[in-house]
Design a protein. Structure first.
Length: 716
């Protein structure tokens, strides 16, 4: 062939590749993989089955064995699948390999080299697709152990072939009875992002475990809690649609920050979030994060550090939906298989997040269960809180706890018992714990304006003094409106990440703070009044003396307030005001300010004392119904008291939530040590009393009888 003809042919080939294989910013080089020659023939020869009948026990994901790298992915609806491997995260050119499909819907290719730390993704073609394979988005592997993300609103990603080992130095799970749990719900970044934390690497896994600083693990250890529950820390969609812009007809009118901070948009169920491994003061746009996969070891280092302090680690996990605005995930891999769809093929959205995952599909169930076991085995995670648990089918619910207990019999499994329904009893029957919204709403109320609860001298909904007494026992099914088979299935809490902080709830409910007004002096706003402090202490005392699992939200111990800073760049209409839904704010609205903890150190010390008290006296974690005796109180519907006899200890627990009158209690004959009153709390005696106790309005007291194992009862 003449040189001129060769040049023309070469130019034609290059032009063809650019026109036919170009997709977005990525160009793919075709590979001579033999699998490509046979993939179409292989697929055509496989008999299709109903989607619910597909199942495979094959190991999925990417893994290196004997110097070779295997890639497997499940997608029964696809008719062609391509793997694209990149040397560098920002490469536009990749090496393409066609995968071969087996009769169970698993696509596979084995490459003859160790591709550890290489980047990869997939392209999928379904029957009746209007687009060519080259026009399809690059999708991550659902089983990715590490993911690199590019920070734009559609969250493009590349999976990483990860196969490094880790030295756990003998670490294992913390095996703790559920009744002993004192859970601290927290956000990894928020715990050290504020300058007052003193962290050298603020907002990161590493920063959280730095020693000798005011914030992070030192603060948590000094508080005394024995379990931390991390808001979602799997890889998630950080970015949302540009403000006032649209995607698929959806206009972003709700999020001027254009980002998701809390993490409830999981994208990779086996990969830790790179968001918490970056040494950034704030998230930057149009950059890659997580490409060095350091998030894997950083997460493990964090777990190991907590375990050394005797603190268990739970993860808040989201298996009910993916991000509405993300491309390159299960929606493009196999929408028909992985999602609940209506008769028109549209996503069902009972999660209110645009797309509910079809957990009842066998291979989706397998992915969820394997994800849980992976975090237990690979990351030594001690437990899980499931977001919108009722959106997960019962068979999957049962398999999760059955398989998890084979690995760690003490694994903590709790959930929100709502989302597509409400059934705490159903979860309890399956040995799951649930967030107890009854105690939350009954004790502090549902909203701070017209839905106040017992601590304010009000009854929310169908609550009454008898309902409050049932909460003392753990909201057991033995009582009217009870929910749980066992008290340790009740996660007792007054506030969580959703809604107002308890501090802001009480500020507004006390009518001493107007949420519509701008707050000009944040420190003066944060400082509790005596009235607010009484509500806090009464609610906290009830929480820590009730049977069941105890949970507090980070900052609850010092009446944390979420106020939007004035200097945020976003067009936030609530600048300078209280925020009750701060999911979108990577700023001081969410960051834990340890200076505020010092401002309200009196309340902080009260919580420390309550935690010490609960850990010291087993009866407040182990007492049965027969061990607790209530006594009637005349003419005060908001006051009650009970005697708790456990082993050789006798306690008197007294409450008066009336906002208008004091309450007298006549103690059983003998000398009593006051352990908790309206000012202090702890395991040591504050003072001793005999005879009559006069409780002021909105206060409580816990007393321990001294040297009298034969005590029979209280007189009121």
């Amino acid at each position: 062939m003449k040189p001129a003809v060769k040049s023309l042919c070469f130019l034609f080939i290059i032009t063809f590749l650019f026109i036919n294989i170009h997709q977005g910013n990525t160009l793919f080089i075709l590979d001579k993989n033999p699998a490509k020659q046979s993939s179409q023939k292989n697929t055509d020869s496989i008999k299709l089955k109903p989607l619910d009948e597909y199942f495979s026990n094959k190991k999925l994901g990417s893994f290196v064995e004997n110097g070779k790298t295997t890639f497997r992915i499940f997608t029964p609806s696809s008719v062609r699948v391509q793997l694209v491997v990149f040397n560098n995260v920002d490469d536009n050119l990749g090496e393409v390999h066609d995968l071969v499909k087996d009769e169970d819907g698993v696509w596979e290719v084995e490459l003859s080299s160790d591709l550890s730390n290489k980047f990869y993704g997939y392209k999928f073609l379904q029957a009746n697709d209007d687009l060519e394979l080259s026009q399809k988005p690059l999708c991550i592997d659902p089983y990715s152990r590490a993911v690199a993300s590019f920070t734009t609103y559609n969250n493009p990603r590349k999976s990483i072939v990860y196969s490094e080992s880790y030295d756990w130095q003998g670490d294992t799970w913390i095996k703790r009875d559920w009744r002993d749990l004192i859970i601290y719900e927290m956000h990894v970044r928020d715990m050290t992002a504020h300058k007052s934390s003193g962290a050298k690497k603020p907002g990161t896994y590493n920063g959280l475990t730095e020693k000798e600083i005011p914030g992070g693990i030192n603060y948590i250890k000094n508080l005394g809690v024995n379990t931390v529950e991390l808001l979602p820390a799997m890889e998630f969609g950080n970015c949302e649609i540009p403000y006032r812009d649209s995607l698929d007809g959806k206009f972003n009118t709700w999020n001027p920050y254009e980002r998701n901070h809390w993490g409830y948009m999981t994208s990779a169920f086996f990969a830790p979030s790179s968001y918490y491994a970056m040494d950034w003061d704030e998230l930057k746009w149009n950059e890659w994060m997580g490409a060095d996969a350091r998030q894997v070891n950083d997460f493990k280092d964090m777990v190991k550090a907590f375990h050394k302090e005797g603190i268990a680690v739970m993860m808040d996990v989201v298996y009910n939906h993916l991000s509405e605005y993300e491309f390159g995930n299960l929606k493009q891999i196999d929408k028909d298989y992985y999602f609940r769809l209506d008769e028109n093929g549209n996503y069902v959205a009972e999660s209110y997040c645009g797309n509910d995952i079809k957990t009842e599909r066998p291979m989706m169930r397998k992915m969820i269960v394997e994800s849980i076991l992976f975090w237990m085995k690979e990351y030594h995670v001690d437990g899980f809180r499931f977001d919108l648990g009722k959106l997960i089918d019962w068979e999957t619910i049962e398999e999760i706890i059955r398989e998890a207990r084979k690995v760690n019999p003490n694994v903590i499994i709790v959930c929100e018992p709502w989302g597509g329904g409400y059934d705490p009893q159903g979860f309890s029957l399956r040995e799951w714990g649930s967030w107890n919204d009854q105690i939350r709403n009954g004790i502090k109320g549902e909203n701070p304006k017209n839905g106040l609860g017992w601590i304010f001298g009000k009854w929310y909904g169908n609550n009454s003094i008898d309902r409050v007494k049932s909460y003392v026992h753990g909201t057991l099914i033995n009582f009217e409106h009870g929910l749980f088979q066992k008290k340790e299935h009740s996660v007792n809490y007054l506030a969580a990440h959703d809604g107002y902080t308890l501090g802001d709830f009480i500020r507004i409910a006390s009518k001493e703070v107007d949420e519509t007004k701008t707050i000009k002096n944040i420190n003066a706003h944060v400082k509790l009044t005596e009235k607010q402090k009484k509500y806090h202490k009464l609610g906290a005392m009830f929480l820590f003396t009730s049977q069941g699992i105890t949970m507090i939200h980070s900052g609850q111990e010092f009446a944390r307030s979420k106020v939007v800073p004035f200097d945020v760049a976003a067009a936030d209409k609530n600048k300078g005001k209280i925020d009750h839904n701060s999911y979108d704010k990577d700023n001081e609205t969410n960051y834990i300010n340890y200076e505020h903890a010092e401002i309200n150190s009196d309340l902080l010390n009260y919580y420390k004392g309550l935690i010490e008290f609960r850990k010291t006296f087993e009866g407040f974690r182990r007492a049965e119904i027969k061990d607790i005796s209530f006594f009637e109180v005349a003419d005060n519907e908001f006051a009650f008291g009970y005697q708790l006899n456990y082993k050789n200890d006798t306690f008197a627990v007294l409450f008066n939530a009336s906002p208008v009158r004091k309450q007298n209690f006549i103690l059983l004959k003998g000398k009593w040590s006051v352990l908790i009153d309206e000012n202090s709390a702890g395991a040591e005696s504050i003072r001793t009393l005999t005879g009559t106790v006069a409780l002021d309005k909105t206060t409580g007291m816990v007393l321990k009888l001294i040297n009298s194992p034969n005590a029979k009862g209280l007189k009121l």
